[in-house]
Design a protein around this ligand. Structure first.
Ligand code: NAI
Length: 338
């Protein structure tokens, strides 16, 4: 393959002035880790997204095949593939949004924190590339442990002098997607009608569903609250165990990642009232990072909403979540500062 391979642009058979101008108006999006379990269905779904005009697929393996395959879809976005570190700069140049699902996933018996040693270094390298090639892009960080990788990214950007907290968003959307599904099952509703805020972080007890704030308004028995809280916090482990060593959530994660990325793009476009949960730099608690509802706009996370009224069960959950979060955040910060 040539140093970077492009597909879906033009055959080159006719001179440029004879061709109708192809390519939809829209945003330039890069996926880093695009050949992985999440990356491939995420690339597929972003190729369908009408807000995307250019889609860059970057990985350290297998991008030629994934790019060739995706590029045959008859949707507007032009697809380009990039393979290996020497092509990272070109993959990132001019991007409006960078989505990062690069890194190893869990196997049964592992916590997300067990991934730290491998994924921390991957996230650092990729964020150094972003600081260099597209410092103004919005970053959607999926690589686990999100509670530590977002602080790592922030430190890398600070070091490079490009840090804007509004543009760095940890993706916790899958927790919301799961919460909506499980709550809808209990209530006997269509999940599309259910909205469950999930705050805190993206790991075990740091995943804090606010069942007292579910829309449409409803109430749960103590037994239902225990069941739902446990299932939402351990939904990822449910998938890891069912996949029995072959990986963690990839399909529901790709769906959640696209739901979140689409919200970011609509915000960038200037749509109003776009609100989603995300793990961001925050003053909602005493911790430097926290997941809560944020309003997405032209400059990223433009407003971070407070948690709202919590019941006693949720206040107790919040204290537990904050304790674990503080350790995970510190671990990420120290990885870069050490
Ligand atoms: P995977 O192993 O199937 O794919 C990861 C991809 O990253 C591979 O194609 C690999 O070649 C690539 N990669 C490795 N090092 C790289 C580098 N330096 N630069 C670019 N690409 C690189 O893993 P999967 O299942 O796609 O998961 C990816 C990550 O997403 C994991 O860390 C996982 O824990 C996390 N995850 C996060 C969730 C969330 O809710 N935020 C949910 C599910 C998974």
């Amino acid at each position: 393959h040539p140093p970077s391979f492009q597909m879906g642009e033009s055959s080159g058979l006719r001179p440029a002035n004879c061709r109708a101008k192809g390519g939809a108006p829209g945003f330039k999006v890069a996926i880093l880790g695009a050949a992985g379990g999440i990356g491939q269905p995420l690339a597929l779904l972003m190729k369908i997204n009408p807000l995307v005009s250019v889609l860059h697929l970057y990985d350290v393996v297998n991008t030629p095949g994934v790019t060739a395959d995706i590029s045959h879809m008859d949707t507007g976005a032009v697809v380009r593939g990039f393979l290996g570190p020497q092509q990272l700069e070109n993959a990132l140049a001019g991007m409006d949004l960078v989505i990062i699902p690069a890194g190893v996933p869990r196997k049964p018996g592992m916590t997300r924190d067990d991934l730290f040693n491998i994924n921390a270094g991957i996230v650092r390298t990729l964020c150094e590339g972003i600081a260099k090639s597209c410092p103004n892009a919005i970053v959607n960080l999926i690589s686990n442990p999100v509670n530590s990788t977002v602080p790592i990214a922030a430190e890398v950007f600070k070091k490079a002098g490009t840090y804007d907290p509004k543009r760095l968003l940890g993706v916790t959307m899958l927790d919301v997607v799961r919460a909506n599904t499980f709550v809808a099952e209990v209530l006997g509703l269509d999940p599309r009608e259910v909205d469950v805020p999930v705050v805190g972080g993206h790991s075990g007890v740091t995943i804090l569903p606010l069942l007292s704030q579910v829309k449409p308004p409803c109430s749960f028995t103590p037994k239902e609250i225990d069941y739902l809280t446990d299932r939402i916090q351990n939904g990822g482990t449910e998938v890891v165990e069912a996949k029995a060593g072959t990986g963690s959530a990839t399909l529901s994660m790709a769906y959640a990642a696209v739901k979140f990325a689409d919200a970011c793009l609509r915000g960038l476009r200037g749509d109003s009232g776009i609100v989603e949960c995300s793990f961001v730099a925050s003053q909602v608690t005493e911790l430097p990072f926290f997941a809560s509802k944020v309003r997405l706009g032209r400059t990223g996370a433009e407003e971070i909403y407070p948690l709202g009224p919590l019941n006693e069960y949720e206040r107790a959950g919040l204290e537990k979540a904050k304790k674990e979060l503080a350790t995970s955040i510190q671990k990420g910060v120290s990885f870069i500062r050490k």
